[in-house]
Design a protein around this ligand. Structure first.
Ligand code: URA
Length: 207
């Protein structure tokens, strides 16, 4: 599995704002939006493009357009803060939604929302989830996507823990991960350390 850590001062600066506990939700959401733009830009470097003929006001030339626009899938709820930035970069993309919660009895991630095209054969799917912690819910999301025939899943996250990366790697699913950092690990409450706290609460408030 390919893990691409984006090392760029602009990405590091946006991530620093998100990590800083003094950043309120307005500042946090703005930094997430900007960082998502940088991460999706990197994650789509190898996306299928085709050439076609156009005319400028001066002469004929060859242009480029996406050959097969991807499906974007924000994972609810924290991934919602990445959806608009990704969609602005990829206006041709369609968008699906997955919501996952921990089942109180089995403790396994259970989908409470699954709005995805039936057939994803031949499509690239870009999964948006700011935090890959244990990797449990993200793995379930990727399984749902692979079950629909997708063989090209790009996970875009802000932070990953080595434990989550390992779980995704061991799944053998056709994944790549693009992230701004692989942090030290998880604490006993399964928070990423040093991390940035709860990415949902930091964006939308704690209730
Ligand atoms: N989810 C979060 O929002 N933060 C973490 O640190 C781990 C999981």
């Amino acid at each position: 599995m390919d893990v691409h850590v984006v090392e760029h001062p602009l990405a590091a600066a946006r991530l620093t704002v998100m990590r800083d506990e003094r950043s309120d939700s307005v500042v946090f959401r703005a930094a997430l939006h900007e960082l998502t733009t940088l991460l999706v830009y990197e994650a789509t470097r190898d996306i299928d493009a085709e050439r076609f003929e156009i005319r400028t006001p001066v002469a004929a030339t060859t242009g480029v357009r996406l050959a097969n626009p991807p499906l974007l899938v924000p994972v609810l709820r924290a991934g919602l803060g990445m959806a608009d930035a990704a969609h602005r970069l990829l206006p041709e993309a369609t968008m699906g939604f997955v919501g996952l919660a921990r089942d109180e009895e089995t403790h396994e991630p259970r989908a409470y929302m699954e709005s995805l095209p039936e057939d994803l054969t031949g499509r690239r799917v870009v999964v948006l989830d700011p935090m890959v912690a244990t990797g449990g819910s993200l793995l379930r999301c990727c399984e749902m996507i692979a079950e629909r025939g997708c063989t090209d899943i790009s996970v875009v996250c802000v932070l990953a823990a080595p434990e989550g990366i390992r779980k995704l790697e061991e799944s053998g699913l056709p994944l790549t991960v693009t992230t701004a950092s692989v942090d030290e690990g998880l604490n006993e409450a399964a928070y990423i350390v040093p991390g940035l706290g709860d990415a949902g609460d930091r964006q939308f408030g704690h209730y």
